[in-house]
Design a protein around this ligand. Structure first.
Ligand code: FAD
Ligand code: FES
Length: 289
């Protein structure tokens, strides 16, 4: 696996910055009433082979003739043949993608983002993942990686919250994770239905119950913007170290490669410095969280 450089111009696989690769949608799966999973195969075999990404990175997806939008890669970095995207139907590009069929063509630029989840540093430590709603998409790549290298890590604690059971993403996988004795999975929903037997309420409520030692644990947080402030407050109360807390941040993006200045957070750019930042890096940046 390659490590991305900080200079975005040194991209792998001979990529021109703004020229997308042509790719084919092979499989489409409904994950919730608003999210679908798309399996994306890059058409050029040479490009496909050299398309290496790290947990936390994203791609820019083009709908030809319409526009492009950034999406995190939720699949395992070890899956070399294709990668998955989990897309919420929110607007122009995502809406057009949701109307596409298997076999349709899209454009892909990337993978982008130098700020990724520090899966190497996490080795030998506990990893706590706190995700809300669509926030499961970026962290799933990290979870997959940890599960593929399970003995390198200590406890894996996953707290995942959603508005209601039908909006929990990857439900079949969550069932499998629930049955493993090397994952501590806690699910919670705001609005339970009659079949729901798990926790009720926001995922922040579950943080006080996490009993991992703070000096031996990394925490990853990803979810809707409103979630971050409350989660960080709870993590502060438990004295988790800001340098061991990693957050995936979203900003309105255009180029994805540090050229347009659309995604600044203080003096940082979410596309090239992030999208994953440690709390220590961004705590004092205006409007970061
Ligand atoms: C690094 C990164 C990773 C992302 N990963 C995913 C992912 O895995 N799955 C997914 O479904 N979405 C993801 N997004 C969000 C996605 O890029 C936006 O929802 C995007 O606007 C969709 O494009 P669109 O043309 O369909 O929507 P548009 O027509 O552009 O906009 C639809 C609505 O979304 C708002 N919006 C646009 N961008 C953002 C943003 N970044 N945050 C909040 N609101 C926004 C607009 O103001 C508008 O109200 C990610 C964004 C970033 C920056
Ligand atoms: S999206 Fe253009 S600088 Fe970040």
């Amino acid at each position: 696996m390659t490590t991305p450089t900080r200079e975005i111009d040194k991209l792998d696989h001979h990529q021109k910055l703004y020229e997308p690769f042509v790719a084919t949608i092979r499989n489409i799966k409904e994950l919730s009433p608003t999210e679908k999973q798309f399996d994306i195969y890059i058409d050029d075999p040479q490009v496909r082979e050299s398309f290496n990404f790290l947990p936390g990175q994203f791609v820019e997806l083009t709908i030809f003739g319409l526009g492009e939008a950034p999406f995190s890669i939720p699949s395992s970095p070890n899956n070399k043949d294709y990668f998955e995207l989990c897309v919420r139907n929110t607007g122009n590009v995502s809406g057009a993608l949701h109307r596409m069929k298997e076999g349709d063509k899209v454009g892909i630029r990337g993978p982008f983002g130098n700020g990724t989840f520090p899966y190497e540093d996490m080795k030998g430590h506990n990893v706590i993942i706190i995700a809300g709603g669509l926030g499961m998409a970026p962290v799933r790549s990290l979870i997959k990686y940890i599960l593929e290298n399970r003995s390198d890590y200590k406890r894996l604690v996953i707290v995942y919250g959603s508005v209601s059971p039908e909006y929990l993403l990857y439900r079949q996988e969550l069932e499998e994770w629930k049955n493993r004795d090397d994952i501590e999975l806690c699910l919670t929903v705001d609005n339970p239905d009659q079949s729901w037997a798990g926790e009720v309420g926001v995922c922040t409520n579950l943080i006080p119950g996490i009993d991992c030692p703070v000096d031996d644990s990394y925490v990853v947080v990803c979810g809707p913007p409103v979630m971050y402030k409350f989660v960080i407050k709870e993590l502060d109360i438990k004295c988790f170290k800001p340098e061991n807390i990693f957050l995936s941040l979203e900003r309105r993006m255009e180029c994805g490669v540090g050229k347009c200045n659309h995604c600044h957070i203080g003096d940082k750019l979410a596309c090239v410095d992030g999208p994953v930042f440690s709390l220590w890096e961004i705590r004092n940046l205006k409007e970061a969280i």
